[in-house]
Ligand binder design. Sequence first.
Ligand code: ATP
Ligand code: MG
Ligand code: FE
Length: 352
Amino acid sequence: PLVLGIETSCDETGIGIVRGRTLLSNTIASSMDEHARYGGVVPEVAARAHLEALQPSIEAALTESGVALTDVDAVAVTSGPGLAGALMVGVGAAKALAVSLDRPLYAVNHLVGHIAADILDAGAPPLEYPTVALLVSGGHTSLLLVRDLTTDVELLGETMDDAAGEAFDKVARLLGLPYPGGPEIDRAAAVGDPNAIPFPRGLSRASDMAKHRYDFSFSGLKTAVARWIELRQAAGETIPVADVAASFREAVVDVLVTKALAACRDHDVPRLLLGGGVIANKRLRDVAIERADAAGVTVRIPPLSLCTDNGAMIAALASELIMSGRPPSTLAFGADSTLPVTEIQVAQEAVA
Ligand code: ATP
Ligand code: MG
Ligand code: FE
């Protein structure tokens, strides 16, 4: 099927067009620059930006893929989780489009969409099940057990406070680096010593692991970095930005990879899929591949352009649902900012 996907859960207005498992176009307009001076995504600003970007993005995606709007077989949209106001813009547009074109509408889960991005990786062999998936972005840090993309995704653990990307953004701010912090910390860390400062690995003590084996916590790490910087500043010392950045990055990477591989080992799953914008971090990819290799686990990483938020992954998920015979969604759904990952598709039509 030819599917047009709409993604507006955060600060990217993503329009993707796929045919079956083939990517035809992936248009992304980001309002990131508008959030820069606030140091994080401002929901109201993001929603307004979506409203402005949607129409031109749809036009651009159609032009890029060389298909006409009337060729589209189905419309897909992210209904959650994400920022409520931002989601509503995409949901409203998707409903209008589906009704006016008289095409089925598939309302799907954003996090499961991140996993579906893998399907569009033309060069890779098909995704095997079960697989553990680690999704890390500015809004999420989730560890999932995927038995089947369209029917069975289980949440193993998630962050109890800040998302990993959010931690990068906050620590960058502490170091006087601009937003978004991930790439900035990466740059600074390149010449730093990752072992210079032993920053804490959240929820990794034996007592924590008993209760929160697959959960993450990054706010303690952020506070530890803040304290470390304050103490040096109070003593009139200059802050070794590169060492702080490298040591912080190492702490985040270490805990992400350790817990993901623990999940693989515990569930006897020799496969790990990575997704989300923080996967842009090369150190994270390198450490994951190296330690997974040693543990006999195969790592899959979709192309980075499909790891950040995009509409193609949403279209891909809907395409899979259609190919496995699932009925479309009714119009009786809204934006669900806390949609659980177990709800892969919402408001599915009842079959007679
Ligand atoms: P969502 O959480 O809904 O997926 P988002 O817009 O917050 O959406 P992404 O766009 O996927 O998330 O990713 C953005 C985040 O990734 C930011 O927090 C940014 O700092 C982080 N990031 C980007 N590049 C890097 C990098 N090289 N290293 C670490 N973090 C990075
Ligand atoms: Mg984003
Ligand atoms: Fe996302």
